[in-house]
Design a protein around this ligand. Structure first.
Ligand code: FES
Ligand code: FES
Length: 159
């Protein structure tokens, strides 16, 4: 049976009717036309569907909509501010940290969550935190470089 769920999506109030166990990824992509979060494995093993819920990275293909009620969701569409790209987005472009780009929204939001917890991570801390995110194109070295560059650029940055 459907219920009503209220949450903020990229700063805007949302009200969605859904069955409680429907996953956030489908609500975002099918109901709210936010297609930045990608469907890949669908089983919690790749990170392509990652979004931010209350400042934590979550796998939206595994995250029921009922868990979002009253919370704040950020997707890749909401990372820029007033037309200015987030430093992570700029750094990914600067380092060409992608090929097909399919994993990129999840990579960037995974890195966003990491830098919230640990603004100046070491190389090893980046590798360990990001190891759940898969890139089939093998852009890992450039992704790590982009995260290091963004961490430097974000000193004093208010997201
Ligand atoms: S699509 Fe969600 S973890 Fe792979
Ligand atoms: S850039 Fe293609 S999967 Fe990562």
């Amino acid at each position: 049976m459907e219920k009503i769920f209220n949450f903020k999506l990229n700063g805007k109030d949302m009200r969605v009717a859904s069955s409680p166990d429907r996953v956030l990824l489908w609500v975002l992509r099918s109901d709210l036309e936010h297609t930045g979060a990608k469907y890949s494995c669908g089983e919690g093993f790749c990170g392509a569907c990652t979004v931010i819920v209350n400042n934590e990275a979550v796998l939206s293909c595994q995250y029921p909509i009922q868990n979002v009620n009253g919370k704040e969701v950020i997707t890749i569409e909401g990372l820029q501010k007033n037309g200015d790209l987030h430093p992570l987005q700029t750094a990914f472009m600067q380092h060409n940290a992608l090929q097909c780009g399919f994993c990129t929204p999840g990579m960037i939001l995974g890195a966003y969550s990491l830098l919230l917890k640990n603004p100046q991570p070491s190389y090893r801390e980046i590798v360990e935190d990001m190891e759940i995110y898969l890139c089939r194109c093998g852009s890992y070295n450039r992704i790590i470089q982009a995260i290091q560059t963004a961490a430097q650029a974000m000193k004093g940055y208010k997201s």
